[in-house]
Structures are given as structure tokens and as C-alpha cells.
Design a protein around this ligand. Structure first.
Ligand SMILES: Nc1ncnc2c1ncn2[C@@H]1O[C@H](COP(=O)(O)OP(=O)(O)OP(=O)(O)O)[C@@H](O)[C@H]1O
Length: 579
């Protein structure tokens, strides 16, 4: 894609974003024509006063012309105000819409996308890059368009008045064009570097601020600061490079503009001495020259803004070009109930790196029964649960719910039927209540109360001065592991999904807390279909079925007693824990 294609694509994209704002755009356009008209008229008034009113000593003509000037100036101010207001609204509307769309698109992307994406970079795209695009539809840009209209008006008028002078001034335009061409290329490259180093800073901040415990316990503040300093210096160097192009740009353009002024003074000065021009015309031409130069100057300023916007546009489009693969079928089924079973049928799976993780997995989870997955770390247990939720799709084979592949059901209805409690509890920065209600808004007070009791959370909540309204801090930093766990369990009670997945839900707790939480988990498990992953085999002994995994394969299946009697892998795991 060449540069012009890029710019055209961007304009097309912006045009599309503005499709609901056509009326405002049209009115702004009319206002701009009005602005250009009044700007054009003001030097005419000055010329009339110098060339007619003063030589004729006509006070009344001076007076009427001054009144006319004031009227023109008032209209100019009013129209500028109105058009600026309108454009500000328009740009705000556009940007809000764009940011909403982009966020919605982002949330719809595959889970695997977020594993490879850098959060800081995504944040930069949604904030700074969107803002850069907004700047293009800003009141300042509107001024540029109005300047261009004025340029066309005045250029036409000057050609009509004095072809030679106008053509002489025009000689400076190719020079301006070449300067633009040179600088725009370099400014674009330089700003691309600035953006990418800004993203690196954001990433570093994101990573370090969310790992503050790791930094403090490993006393790594110095290293982190040093890395930050290096990234910051790199960003500074890139910014200085971009700014240095930008700062040479404006004075070079000024120099060419003064050349234009010299041409007018030389030509008109000579014409006046020859009696072919009046002083009033010279003054008007100088004013017009400025009005021709201003658009070129603001145009040159806009070049860098345009270049930055193209860079940002490309980064936004890159995000839009990523399409989710884990999506609903064209005519999906709605999962309303799990009546019979969930079946893994010869499932194979690899993550994006292609390495086989699950190999020929087949088993059945019967409705209302508890299935446990055990096996050494890395054997693929969590991966099975991720496939069941369609965080990834299987590489081959299929997962069936009541004889239909899970891909047939809508993602929403599938995920609504599954609750997941893991060791890593995800809490939002809000109150305990907001965390419990997350995703299940609109529950009644008694439902909430029941969930709090069932999760054995009531004593803890009642001991807090603000009860359920207590803030948990970012990611629940103000809570203990067990408290977080119970909030997650209360949330799961409220969701009330028929299939429950517990992934090492109690692994991080001491025996005392585990026993406490196990009681609340037990009430969560009763009457539900469940898939439980546990390293501590004591918690899964009563499972209806235990599946033993090793290196991505199922190596044994049976009840606790059956597997113990087999004296195989399960027996070995069991003996390792209890002997
Ligand atoms: N997103 C990923 N991309 C690539 N490989 C992954 C990804 N997630 C997990 N793996 C790999 O898949 C394998 C199985 O991981 P999984 O988390 O399913 O194991 P597990 O049995 O649940 O382990 P643990 O008991 O330690 O939680 C591991 O070798 C792991 O490195």
C-alpha cells in the first residue's frame, strides 16, 4: 500500500465515521464559505480608505468603511465561534464512537490474541492513537479548510487584478511543495518511532505496576528504574529527532514566505513609481499575500499532523484487521440446558506454537456427576477446561454437549452454562458487592444474601465497617487469598451455572482455610455437573470418575477405589502424597 492509498483509506475511514454527522458537516462548510468571504473583504475596505477616502478627504466615506469593517469583523467572529463549536462537537462524537467500536472489537477477539498482545500497546492504540485521529477532525483543522477557501478566493481575485504579480508569487509554491515532500516523509518516520517507544514505556509501566509485590520482594526497584530510564531515554531521542525535523520545517517555510513578500514589495513598489498601482493596492496585496501564505503555513503544520494521523490510523486498522476465529456459527443453537452429558471425542489440541498438548482425549462427563482430572503439572488438565469454555477451539476431534459439537451453540449461552473457579482469582477494583455481582447484575437482595452465606463469607463481611460496600483494592490487593476465594465462590453461586469447573481452587490455602472453603465448595458442587482439577487427592476421592493424565494423554480412568486397586499411575500419585 503506498502513502497516498494510506491517506485515502484514512479519509475514507474518517468519512465513514462521520456519516451520521453530514448535516453538521454541511453547515460547517457553509460557515467556512462565510468566513472566507468576510476575510476577503477586510483588505478591500482598507484599500478603499487609502485610495479613495483619504485623497478625497471624505470623512463620511471613512466612517461608512470603518462601520463596514466592524460589521465584517463581527460576522467573522460569530461565524468562527459557531464553526469551531460545531467542529468540536463533531470531533468529540466521532472519537467517542471510534473508541467504543474499537473497545467492543477488542473484547470480541480471541483469548489467544491477548496472550500475544502487549497490554500497554493496546492501551496506546485506544487512547493516544485515537486522540491523534481526533486532532485531524479538530477545530484547528477546520481553520485550515477555511484558510484554503480563502486561498482560492484570493488567488482568483489576484489573478484577475494582476496576472504578472500573481504568477511571480506562484513561483514560490513549488519550493514550498518540495519542502513539504521532504519533511513530511521524515516527520512520518520519526513519529512512527516515537509511537513505538511510547508503547514500550506503557508496557513497562503496565508490567511493573501490576507486579509490585514481585519487585519489592526481590528488591528489584533499581533494575526496574534503570530499564524504565533506558526506555524513556530512547523515547526522548526519538522525540527530539521528530521535533528537530518539525522545528526546521516551519522556519524554512517562513523563509520562502518572506521571499514572496519581497517579490510583492519589489513589483508593486516599481509599479507605484510608474503610476500603474496605488498605495492602497500595495497594502491590500500585502494583506492578501499573508492570507495566501497563512494557508500554506498552516497546511505545512498540518502535514505533520496528517503524518501522525496516518501512523495512528494504520495502528488502529491493524487492530481492526485482527478477526476472531472462535465465533458463533451463522445459525447457532442456544444452549438452554445440559440434559445428558459432555463428551470429549478424540480431541487433539496444540496452542499457536504448534506443539501437541492434548493427544487423543476421549471421556464423558455425565450430567449431575463429578469428574476429577489429576496428573502431574503440565499434563494438560487446565487446557481441557479452556477448550470446554471455547477459549480455544480444538485442533481435531470434537467436544459434544448433548450430542451437538460445542461450536454449534452460541458462545454466550455456552459460557453462561459454565462457572469457573481457579486458584488465580480475578477481582475488579470495586466493592465486595460489585465483585460478587460481576456478570450477574440485577439479582435480588435475598439472592445476594444466600450467596454470601453459602460461600461462608457472611462473618467476614459483617466484621467490616462498610460490609458489602467495602472496597477490595486493585485486583483485591486488600484481601487475603481465602477471602478472595470466597468472593469468587459467592460470585459463582449467583451465576448459578449448571457446569462447574474448579481448577486447583483450594491449592493456595492452608489446611484450615481449605477445610473452611471446601465446605462452601461442597454446597456449590451439590446438584451440579462438575469438572474438578486438584493436586491434593484428598479433595477428589468422592468423585464419580477420576481421569489421570500424563503428557497430554489419558492414562487411567475409574473411581478412587478402582484406581487404587489398579496400582498404576494414580496409586503412585496417591502414595506419594499420603505415605
Ligand atoms: N497459552 C499457551 N501457549 C502455549 N503453551 C501453553 C499455553 N498454556 C499452556 N501451555 C502449555 O500446555 C501444557 C499444558 O498446560 P496446562 O496448564 O493445561 O497443564 P496442567 O496440567 O493444568 O498444569 P498445572 O497442574 O501445573 O496447572 C504445558 O506444557 C504448558 O506449558
Amino acid at each position: 500500500m503506498n502513502k497516498n492509498d494510506n491517506i485515502l483509506d484514512m479519509l475514507h475511514f474518517l468519512g465513514h465515521s462521520l456519516k451520521n454527522e453530514k448535516k453538521k458537516l454541511f453547515i460547517s462548510f457553509i460557515l467556512l464559505l462565510g468566513i472566507s468571504f468576510f476575510e476577503f473583504n477586510i483588505p478591500q475596505i482598507t484599500q478603499k480608505i487609502i485610495d479613495h477616502a483619504i485623497p478625497e478627504k471624505s470623512m463620511s466615506l471613512i466612517f461608512t468603511q470603518v462601520m463596514l469593517l466592524l460589521v465584517c469583523a463581527s460576522f467573522l467572529s460569530a461565524l468562527t465561534y459557531l464553526s469551531t463549536m460545531m467542529m468540536s462537537r463533531l470531533s468529540q462524537n466521532m472519537i467517542t464512537q471510534l473508541r467504543n467500536d474499537l473497545y467492543q472489537h477488542l473484547l470480541g477477539l480471541d483469548f489467544s490474541f491477548f496472550e500475544n498482545a502487549k497490554t500497554g500497546d493496546l492501551m496506546t492504540r485506544l487512547t493516544s492513537d485515537v486522540k491523534t485521529l481526533q486532532d485531524l477532525i479538530s477545530p484547528q483543522s477546520l481553520k485550515l479548510v477555511s484558510n484554503l477557501f480563502t486561498f482560492i478566493f484570493i488567488y482568483g481575485f489576484m489573478l484577475f487584478q494582476d496576472v504578472t504579480l500573481t504568477l511571480l508569487i506562484t513561483l514560490t509554491f513549488p519550493l514550498l511543495y518540495l519542502l513539504n515532500l521532504f519533511f513530511s516523509k521524515h516527520i512520518k518516520q520519526a513519529f512512527r518511532k516515537v509511537r513505538s517507544s511510547t508503547s514500550e514505556i506503557n508496557n513497562h509501566l503496565q508490567n511493573s505496576l501490576t507486579s509490585i509485590l514481585l519487585i519489592k520482594t526481590f528488591v528489584n526497584e533499581k533494575n526496574e528504574s534503570q530499564t524504565f530510564e533506558e526506555l524513556n531515554n530512547k523515547n526522548k531521542a526519538n522525540y527530539i529527532e521528530a521535533m528537530s525535523y518539525q522545528t526546521i520545517f516551519a522556519p524554512s517555510i517562513d523563509l520562502v514566505n518572506y521571499l514572496g513578500m519581497a517579490i510583492v514589495l519589489l513589483y508593486s513598489g516599481f509599479s507605484i513609481t510608474q503610476g500603474r498601482q496605488t498605495i492602497g493596492e500595495l497594502v491590500a496585496y500585502l494583506a492578501y499575500l499573508k492570507m495566501l501564505q497563512t494557508p500554506i503555513r498552516s497546511f505545512t503544520q498540518m502535514v505533520s499532523r496528517f503524518q501522525q494521523a496516518v501512523v495512528s490510523y494504520n495502528r488502529i486498522v491493524e487492530l481492526y484487521e485482527v478477526q476472531p476465529t472462535v465465533i458463533d456459527r451463522k445459525v447457532p443453537l442456544h444452549l438452554s440446558e445440559i440434559k445428558e452429558s459432555i463428551v470429549f471425542d478424540h480431541v487433539n489440541f496444540s496452542y499457536s506454537n504448534g506443539q501437541p498438548i492434548l493427544k487423543d482425549i476421549s471421556f464423558e462427563i455425565e450430567q449431575g456427576k463429578m469428574t476429577a482430572l489429576v496428573g502431574v503439572s503440565g499434563s494438560g488438565k487446565t487446557t481441557i477446561t479452556k477448550l470446554l469454555e471455547r477459549l480455544y477451539d480444538v485442533t481435531s476431534g470434537q467436544i459434544l454437549i448433548d450430542h451437538h459439537p460445542i461450536e454449534d451453540y452460541t458462545l454466550t449461552s455456552l459460557r453462561q452454562h459454565i462457572s469457573l473457579v481457579t486458584q488465580d482469582i480475578e477481582l475488579i477494583d470495586g466493592t465486595i458487592l460489585e465483585n460478587i455481582l460481576y456478570g450477574s447484575e440485577g439479582k435480588t437482595e435475598s439472592e445476594i444474601e444466600n450467596a454470601v452465606h453459602a460461600a461462608k463469607l457472611a462473618d467476614f463481611v459483617n466484621s467490616l465497617p462498610d460490609n458489602l460496600q467495602t472496597e477490595v483494592g486493585e485486583r483485591g490487593i486488600k484481601l487475603s487469598g481465602g477471602q478472595k476465594q470466597r468472593i469468587a465462590i459467592a460470585r459463582t453461586f449467583l451465576k448459578n451455572a449448571p457446569l462447574l469447573i474448579l481448577d486447583e481452587a483450594t491449592a493456595s490455602l492452608d489446611n484450615e482455610s481449605e477445610r473452611y472453603i471446601q465446605a462452601s465448595l461442597d454446597s456449590l458442587l451439590s446438584h451440579r455437573t462438575s469438572l474438578v482439577i486438584a493436586h491434593r487427592l484428598s479433595t477428589i476421592q468422592k468423585s464419580d470418575q477420576i481421569i489421570v493424565m500424563e503428557d497430554g494423554r489419558i492414562v487411567e480412568t475409574g473411581t478412587h477405589t478402582e484406581l487404587l486397586n489398579k496400582s498404576g499411575k494414580y496409586r503412585a500419585l496417591y502414595d506419594a502424597q499420603f505415605k
